[in-house]
Design a protein around this ligand. Structure first.
Ligand code: SF4
Length: 214
């Protein structure tokens, strides 16, 4: 994608959705962290279903600790990898209470020191909860970045660093959400819906897909 195409690409995504938000449901920074931690290899819909139950009984680090492993597993067992995620969430809550006064820290280093929290999860929290201009590269953003030519790369980190260099500052905070939603509903994994894509004029992908015959 040429540099001059990046501005209209994001202006078009913004026009369609001026205030994008994550589809994960949360009402506090801790709930967001817990939801993202539980969301690896699971859909947002399945995570929301489980966290509605969980957060109604425990939505602070201390309350999750008080639940204990068995009851925590009972609340999230509809989500894939729930045993590992329950252990990580409990250990994370232990560190939040023990080292951070029960609050979610705002630094990447402290976030990534929490069990089950990698660079992507830390970036989601820094971006969605704290409004920082960082890019969490998930499978959708990785695909859209490569297909469109916006930020081609072999690894999520390579794509992340290119996106940070190429996306105009005014679009950076919300770019994460625009690109995820675009990848989830239009530039989908199996076969992108190019014929109904608003940003097709600036996308390098060739050949563009056509509408199926009716
Ligand atoms: S034109 Fe096609 S490949 Fe390009 S962003 Fe749109 S859906 Fe994706």
């Amino acid at each position: 994608m040429k540099t001059r195409d990046i501005e209209p690409f994001f202006a078009t995504l913004k026009a369609a959705n001026p205030m994008p938000v994550t589809e994960l449901e949360y009402t506090s920074v801790f709930e967001l962290l817990a939801a993202v931690l539980l969301s690896a290899q699971a859909t947002d819909v399945s995570v929301n279903k489980a966290t509605r139950r969980l957060f109604s009984v425990a939505n602070t680090p201390q309350a999750v600790l008080d639940l204990g492993l068995e009851r925590l597993e009972g609340h999230i067992k509809s989500i894939g990898l729930y045993r590992t995620k329950a252990k990580n969430l409990l250990a994370t809550c232990g560190l939040l209470v023990g080292q951070h006064g029960g609050k979610v820290p705002r630094s990447r280093e402290a976030l990534q020191a929490l069990p089950g929290v990698g660079r992507k999860t830390a970036n989601v929290v820094l971006n969605s909860a704290f409004g920082e201009a960082v890019m969490a590269v998930d499978t959708h953003i990785f695909r859209v970045s490569n297909r469109t030519g916006l930020a081609p790369g072999k690894t999520p980190l390579e794509v992340e660093l290119k996106l940070l260099r190429r996306i105009p500052p005014g679009y950076l905070v919300d770019a994460h959400h625009w690109m995820i939603l675009h990848g989830r509903y239009v530039c989908i994994a199996r076969k992108p819906l190019c014929w109904q894509c608003a940003v097709a004029p600036w996308c390098d992908f060739k050949p563009k897909t056509a509408a199926p015959p009716v």
